[in-house]
Write a protein that binds this ligand. Sequence first.
Ligand code: ADP
Length: 490
Amino acid sequence: MTGDHILVLDAGTTSTRAMLFTADGTVTASASRALSQFYPRPGWVEHDAQQLWQETLACAREVVGRIGGAASVAAIGIANQRETVVAWNRDTGEPLSRAIVWQDRRTARMCQALRDEGYEALVQQRTGLLLDPYFSATKMRWLLENEPAVAAAARDGTLAFGTVESWLTFRLSKGLHVSDASNASRTLLLPLDGDAPDPGLCALFGVPEQALPRICDNAGALAEADAAWLGRAIPVTGLAGDQQAATIGQACLDPGEVKATYGTGAFVLANMGSTIPRSSHRLLGTVLMQLGGRRTYALEGSVFVAGSLIQWLRDTLGLIDTAAETEDLARSVTSSGEVTIVPALAGLGAPHWNADARGVIAGLSFSSGRAQIVRAALESMAHQTWDLATAFAADGARWANLRIDGGMSANDWMAQDLADMLDLPVERPEFIETTALGAAMLAALGCGWFSDLPAATKAMRGGAALFTPQLDQGQRAERLARWRKALSAA
Ligand code: ADP
């Protein structure tokens, strides 16, 4: 195999990107393009699947052009926004409708109806997921019921459904219809222990099995990009959903290893090894990866409001000018002076799952100023993460340490506060693009650069900053007591 670069396509929600990695994890080129967001009704979020493909291809061509062409590219890896559904015609490769994005809530009533009929326990037991509009199956059913072109294609056998990696792989390969196990495990159709969509689940959600992709590994000879796109046929050797890719990029390869991504919201995934996760605390069980047909699982929990709280302080309250200044403000005082914020601005996510909860700023006094409120906002990240850590532990996944990434993890004060409150070492890699890096590691493994994933992570993951706990037990307990009190008011 020729080429000393891995081309990573990272199809996110607001933008799609291409990056080139060498075998030591160095990025030699990157390009990014915005994706149009369509909000046709309140709670609806759509993408133009054709644009997603075209812009991703344009980014790929741009970076490949910069290194003098595809001869230098050994393989392609893809990481993607998860759960989003694309419907296309398998003969022509043309989309049949807009893609329904993971954030879209239009199937809330459908999910409620299934819950009312008592299906949630079965669905959770089989798939590790909950009956929520977030996941793919009810989006597929909605398209079948509401988009005539999708219904017609289902009748004449030309319908193809897929998540975003499946769509991009289909277009790249000109017709191979696959989905990797990490992405497929977000659809509500793949049992955690099954290697194909489950006929019973397909019937429950009204999704025709023949429209679904074949499930494949996360690394290996998965597909081949047609020579028409980049000037040379290139193997696609790594695929993964963005959060799973980030978990791999953070080298959480052993049970108990955990990563948390602090962006707009926060996503926490803990490696569970080969044990199928069973949560009694409304965490999600999901496939972390499948290699050589063998699965590694993860337990997942997410917090709705993380960096968006900082944006709210900046854009709505006008308390700060930039997100970065929160660090100096937090340091400028010795405590938040009993101010405690519960950032339930959009309800509460795991493990509370309370859509009706609303935000609280508790403990205000005349001595509470801008700095105390900003510090309390940052402290709420550690408090929310502590709740998740407690739920993970109760579900059998005690955290050994925490690896953080995402835009908000740049805040050193917050990173130290996480270490202090969780009483765990917190590690932040120097190279923060862990999603793209994880896809690069999978593709590098899949094209034979490395003999196993530990070797790939060892070679490609750079250094990391370490934050060690320093807070005494009493102060931690006092903060958590204040947090619990404020939480009950939310
Ligand atoms: P996403 O991928 O969800 O768009 P990013 O990973 O780019 O988000 O992170 C951006 C978020 O992080 C923003 O909400 C911003 O408010 C927050 N953020 C960025 N830098 C800092 C900082 N130094 N301190 C606190 N929050 C920050």
